[in-house]
Design a protein around this ligand. Structure first.
Ligand code: ADP
Ligand code: ASP
Ligand code: MG
Length: 408
């Protein structure tokens, strides 16, 4: 007998019929003798609908109230799924994050899980019940409802699996595994039988929303066996593996991730002297704005320019700060662009292969796609390009690295 944590995402619980189909699936697993903890998201579109309601009232809602509002989405699905399970004769009970309790810090809308109380859950499991837990939400030490950031139900599931020492955490979604790239963008994308934690971390951090990055971090840290599967059709899915497969025949590139979430800022004509980068970026960091890619260039007149990217939501704040820094430094100008996208190649095989970057740049050049910025890590090469060429770039790279074909 195993203990399995299963997470069903928004599309998988998007209607009463789908909730009933999930109940059948869960009840069948339970009937085979496994202990099951189910984590569910809100019905698809619900979190966005709730956020739009808040938006209709104010531009500056208190993050605490946002959390009270959006956490209701998951409360609906836990109740409905428990009812559907009970109707099938499968004893089930729903729990909100606060009831479990999933203790988090107090950073509303992006809280981090600190501790999970497993006693109540274990008592219920002993009684043979299926537990249905609301994803995405927790409670801080003062009793306030918190949420874990968009896509956070993945993290709830992995954290519960870690706390309960589950045998496997299964993420059921609307695709049947992790693909070489988003199958909605590249038709020939291929499902990966497995991917290493390291690669999955890069894929998530570079924009593949199939797993929230915190979920992957948790799974790596607590060694939770993690699998991504379809809630609509049976299959092996994708296993996220702990072992570094360096010794095996690795494909050079495992996947391509991309995002449209960033915007670019450039400050031009600044003095090329020590300390300038820090004078520019320190105030940005102090304002809690995360900077991603950075490049600095020296021009012939001895001045330099610095370009960096931030999340699009932070662009206005960052521009305001940069404009006042520009005045202080007597810089020539500040230019911003929010029509950019970032495309990243990810693969542990890159460590042992040279020439990946040039192959990437050649493929982009052949399609006349200009590269604005480049950044690399040991297992990733990312480029910033004009947003309008994003899909073309992803397709071009997918075929240049022959990801349609099984390299193993
Ligand atoms: P859920 O609501 O189940 O959490 P998400 O929408 O968060 O589902 O994540 C699943 C989606 O992730 C897929 O529908 C797919 O479009 C997208 N996706 C992006 N990159 C990948 C990838 N490399 N492999 C599989 N799916 C991906
Ligand atoms: N319902 C939340 C969201 O839409 C959490 C999740 O689905 O994982 O982001
Ligand atoms: Mg998701």
């Amino acid at each position: 007998m195993s203990l399995i944590v299963q997470k069903y995402g928004g599309t998988s619980v998007g209607s009463v019929e789908r909730i009933e189909a999930v109940a059948e699936k869960v009840a069948a697993c339970r009937a085979r003798g496994d202990d099951i903890v189910v984590v569910v998201s809100a019905m698809s579109g619900e979190t966005n609908r709730l956020l739009a309601l808040a938006d209709a009232i104010t531009d500056t809602p208190a993050p605490r109230e946002i959390d009270v509002l959006v956490s209701t989405g998951e409360q609906v699905t836990i109740a409905l799924l428990s009812m559907a399970l009970n109707k099938l004769g499968c004893a089930a009970r729903s729990y909100t994050g606060a009831q479990v309790k999933i203790l988090t810090d107090d950073s509303h809308t992006k809280a981090r899980i600190e501790e999970i109380d497993v006693e109540r859950m274990q008592a219920d499991l002993k009684q043979g019940r299926v537990l249905v837990v609301a994803g995405f939400q927790g409670v801080d030490s003062a009793g306030n409802i918190t949420t874990l950031g968009r896509g956070g139900s993945d993290t709830s599931a992995v954290a519960l699996a870690a706390a309960l020492k589950a045998d496997e955490c299964q993420i059921y979604t609307d695709v049947d595994g992790v693909y070489t790239t988003d199958p909605r963008v590249v038709e020939g994308a291929r499902r990966l039988a497995q991917i290493t934690f390291e690669e999955m971390l890069e894929m998530s951090s570079q924009g593949s929303k199939v797993l929230q990055i915190r979920a992957v971090e948790f799974a790596g840290k607590y060694k939770v066996p993690l699998r991504v599967l379809s809630s609509f059709k049976d299959g092996p899915g994708t296993l996220i593996t702990l072992e570094d497969n360096d010794s095996m025949e690795n494909p050079i590139i495992s996947g391509i991730a991309f995002n449209r979430d960033e915007a670019k800022l450039t400050i031009q004509g600044i003095p090329d002297t020590p300390g300038v980068a820090s004078r520019i970026l320190a105030p940005i960091g102090e304002a809690n704005i995360e900077v991603d890619v950075i490049i600095q260039n020296v021009s012939e007149d001895g001045t330099t320019s610095l370009t960096f990217t931030v999340h699009r939501n932070d662009l206005n704040r960052a521009r305001g700060l940069l404009e006042s820094i520009a005045m202080e430094l007597k810089a020539r100008s500040v230019v911003t662009d929010d029509q950019i996208a970032k495309v990243s190649l990810v693969g542990v095989g890159m460590r042992s292969h040279a020439g990946v970057a040039s192959r990437m740049f050649t493929a982009l050049a052949e399609h006349n796609i200009n590269i604005q910025m480049i950044t690399t890590s040991e297992i990733k090469i990312a480029v910033v390009i004009d947003e309008k060429y994003l899909e073309l770039a992803v397709r071009a790279l997918h075929s240049a690295f022959e990801l349609e074909y099984d390299a193993k």
